[in-house]
Structure formats: structure tokens, C-alpha cells
Ligand binder design. Sequence first.
Ligand code: SF4
Length: 379
Amino acid sequence: MEEEAPKALYVHVPFCLAKCSYCDFYSVVKTSGAVEKYLAALRKELELTAEERTQDFSTIYVGGGTPTALSADELAQLLSTLCGQVAFAAPVEFTVEANPGTLDADKLHVLRIHGVNRLSIGAQSFDDGLLKLLGRRHNSRDILDVLAAAREADFTNLSLDLIFGIPTQGPSDWERDLDELLRCNVPHVSAYSLTYEENTPLARRAAAGQLERVSEADELTMYETVIDGLTTEGYEHYEISNFARPDFRCAHNEVYWANAAYLGLGPSAASYISGERRRNASSLTDYVARLGAGELAVGFRERLAPEKRARETAVMNLRRTHGIDFDEFQRRTGFNASALLGEELQVLAQEGLIQVGERSAALTRRGLMVADTVLSELV
Ligand code: SF4
């Protein structure tokens, strides 16, 4: 079984300008003073994880939260800290998540000079009414403006996130969103169906009958529309929710789908190293206090048994449209995929949900439509 040092680094920036109605990512509304404490704690965490950083990172992903909710000066401090303490491979894919309305020329300059070469922009919708329903602070004009500003600053590796299945949204509204998306001509797109995460205002409103969920049939239609629409336009559908022009896949997320090692820093960030999974406390206060006391702020730690680890690898691999590569699987887990999963794969194949070949297995189109159910069969 392959044990590897992490080559992917995730840094969680836990600040947003306001909380969106559907969001269950860990973030707090930015206040003065909190950023300074966060940056000091992050420096300490980098120091304490130095021994785990034995390889140069080939991908770095600064996500959140909203990293671009930081001021240009705060962003510069964050990125200087990373550049000063972290060894990057060459070339490195260095992504920062950005929200429309939070990125100006000064911040773009800061990102550029620190080596950031990819922006993942949380557009979510081009329909201002739907953006409002989601509790987003930006409008469709802001999306076009941020793309123009990013291009002006020489960023070409741009990704847009979109959400479908938003209450009141119908298939024709989604088609309009996709037309607008195609006009933006970005090389990478992530398109997710809306999930009603527990304890979010959106889920509470749905439970109280104050808004109506989109029907399953409409949601499937929207998913098929995005697959067909983007692949027809030359995007590769390479993961359940992700589409890329040639050479523009997100290398960082491919590490997750390979179930390879990664290191996560910041409140709530997860790490997966040598079969151990851990997650930092989802509390900025705890994170700051524990690192201030000189210890890691781990809130949860679990060592996976080899078979569980192999099954999780299969589930993650099947998110990719090329699925499980049996040789890669054996190398990574020590298990023969056919011996471990053969029976389950055959049943799913008979149902037309998985296609099993000589050396690989992947979800079929039908399987993609019910991916969560199919993947839960293999855990
Ligand atoms: S901007 Fe992103 S992380 Fe922040 S509240 Fe909205 S969805 Fe959550």
C-alpha cells in the first residue's frame, strides 16, 4: 500500500461578509481583530505541522469562507506567510476562492505577486432573484465585473461555481443561466445541485413550508442539461459536478477524488495523511486558543482500517467519470478491486448504474443521476 506525504495543501479562511442561507461551511462574519488572531494561529499551525510537510506541494487551495473578504493587506499577510513557510513544487496550481463583489484590482495584484494562478469564483447564479433567495450579497453584474477584472490582471485559469435546483427555479431558468455561463467562456465550471443542509435558514424555511423544493424530476433535467450543454461546447465532464476545458481540471480536487494525502490548515480544515483522517475544531475561538497554547486544534481524529480505507477510495474514485482505475486502486490501497468490490459492482452493473471493464469501473449516465445512492452501496 502506498503511503505518501501530502502534496496538496488546503487553507481555510473562516471569514465571510455575511452568512448565505444555504451554507454549512464553517465561517463567521468578519470582525476587526479576528483576522489578526487567525493569522497568528495559522502561523503557529504551520510551525507545528512542519514535520508533515516533507514534500513540496503541487497544489495549494485557499478556500473558505471567503478568502477575498480579507482586505488587500490581510491577504498579503496570509499569502506571505504561506509563501514563506511552505515549499511549492514547480509548477504549482495555486487556487484562491473569490466571491463576486469582494475582489478589486489591489487584491488581484496581491494574489498575482504571491503566485496565485487560479481563481474559483462563487457565482452560483446569474439570476438576481435566485441570488437573493440564496442570501448571496452579489448580483449578476458583479460576476461579469469580477471576471473582467481577473482577466485584466492576467488570470486565465478561472472557474465558476453554479448551483441548480434552487426553489422557484425551473429548467428554462437554468438554461438561461447556462447560456450566460457559456458567454463567460471560463475554462472550468463546477455545477452543484442545491442541498438543504441541516440547521441552515434555507432548510428551516423549507421545513416550515415557506418555500417549495424543486421536484426531483426537474432537478434531474437540470443536471442532464448542464452535462449535455457543457460537453457539447467542448468541456470534459470529469467529475460528478465538474467540467473542464482540456488541461484545466482542478488538480487540487483530483487529489481528494484519488483519496490521496492532503494537509488542511485553519478552523474546520480536514487532513488525510497515512490513513489517518483528522479535522480541526470548527470554531475560530477554539482554533485560536489551542494554537495560542502551542497545540494543534484537532477536533476529531480517526485511523481507518485498511478495508474501510479501500472502500472510501472506491467511493471517491467513482466520483470521477473515469471511475476506479484498478491498478491505481491496488497501488493506493493494497486491495484488488475485483476481489474486494466485485459482487457489489456486478449488482450495480446489472442495474445499469456502473460499467465494469477489464481494468476499471465507472458510473454510467444513469448511475450519475443517482450517484449518492450508488456510492452509498459501496461504503
Ligand atoms: S460566501 Fe460561501 S462560505 Fe460564505 S456564507 Fe456564503 S456560501 Fe458560505
